[in-house]
Design a protein around this ligand. Sequence first.
Ligand code: ATP
Ligand code: MG
Length: 488
Amino acid sequence: MRNGTWSAVAVGIVAVGLTKTAELIAPKTSLMPCILDDDPGQLEMLTSLVASMGYEAIPTADPEQALKLIKRGRCRLALVDVHMPAMDGYEFLSQALQSDPGVHILLMTGDYTLDSALEAIRRGAADFLPKPIDRAHLKKTLDDAAKLYDQRRRVRVLEEQLLRDLEFHGIVGKSPAMLEVFDFARKVARHYTNVLLAGATGSGKELVARAIHQLSPVGQQKLAVCNCSALVDTLLESQLFGHMRGAFTGATDTRPGLFEYANGGTVFLDEVGEMSLAMQAKVLRVIQNREIQRVGSPEVRQVNVRLIAATNRDLRAEVLSGRFREDLFYRLSSIQIRIPSLAERLEDIPLLVQFLLHKYNAAYGKHIAGLTRRAQTVLLQHSWPGNVRELENVISSACITTAGDFVDLGDLPEHLQHRGPRGLNGDEWRPLSLEEVRKMHIQRVLEMCQGNRLRAAQILGIGRTSLYRYLKRDGYDTNKTKPGNVEA
Ligand SMILES: Nc1ncnc2c1ncn2[C@@H]1O[C@H](COP(=O)(O)OP(=O)(O)OP(=O)(O)O)[C@@H](O)[C@H]1O
Ligand SMILES: [Mg+2]
């Protein structure tokens, strides 16, 4: 099962890595070989030989110029002499593959041996040709390369088309599990019912909530988003229900809450499982009686909002343990949609990578064409505990650090670079103490959350104060917070 999925994914992602090459291919004949040789006689002879095969070639004796042609995507194939004074063929091969891993480099040499041919191929050469060049062999190699590039161009066009077709309100996915989510969301959106979105952190719950709102009959009305875990009870109550001036210290003016703001539209209650029982009772009243009261006001106001709630907890288990009201659970979950984790839909990774590269190329003014094959492999072997958010962070920071046209292994975060293939039991087992395991686990979760301690505490299922206590014990400076932390 995994193997089947795996090969399908592997085939898909190769096309992502070929973005640049494929994009720049116009008609089939635009293979445009570059011929690199320091001997002017050879250069002239090879250029006319290649021309007689139907391919217009660019001859040069300068390796730097040839590298530029490859980097700019003008030449997708190069015929390169091994022995050159300025740069030998192997060095050229390595630099050329660095700027375009999809380029075909054919090395030519006067002293051919089987060993040197195998070495060249091991280093990524498309072929190793003995001089004098065998005409038929070269023609076949050029024709095969032209065919392959044409194929890749068509795959690329189809992938672009697929991305357009498979984007559902900014949500990308082609796995059966995600297509089912889109289909279900489309169906339930039309009906004015509450929806509960369940899924791991970063799996796309908020995106789905926004899509449901947009597709609903109240899509033109307001959508208010409230993160129930980010605020203490009193602030959460005031945010949802509003408050009167002087209702509590700091309430310097009278303000409507999100229910009033989004009246006639939708309120999205994110992390609803983190709400206290007292707040749950107040939300239940909104659903049952469509009534709210601003904090500090006796006046009862009518509101009519659709509720979409999201949780990364097992709410049914929370009900059983008494932490979540059963009546509210049933009211919220008349329709429940489970968003699958990224590990359950690895086949979405190529499309997501393509989508995210578009997004961050545009944001950072870059032209990154894709990922090298080894970087693709690493992404496909990771377990993605932080789901699409984690993938998005990886791609966005890679877009910043990548200097070339392709994201390579070194542009990925350290912990991805040094990981072996995903084993059944995760990392290699070592007999650690519980204390050490706890420390390591906290570190990893923090890393995954990019240092956001509030989110880390939620995932760890502990309070923020407990997390701080542990961090202090482990020698962290708890006064320092990483940029971007939202800690209410
Ligand atoms: N299928 C997807 N296609 C494109 N982008 C996605 C997809 N899923 C998630 N994202 C992106 O990943 C990030 C996290 O998504 P989102 O906030 O919707 O997740 P979440 O499930 O609400 O997370 P949390 O539980 O942490 O609140 C966002 O930047 C979002 O744009
Ligand atoms: Mg969310």
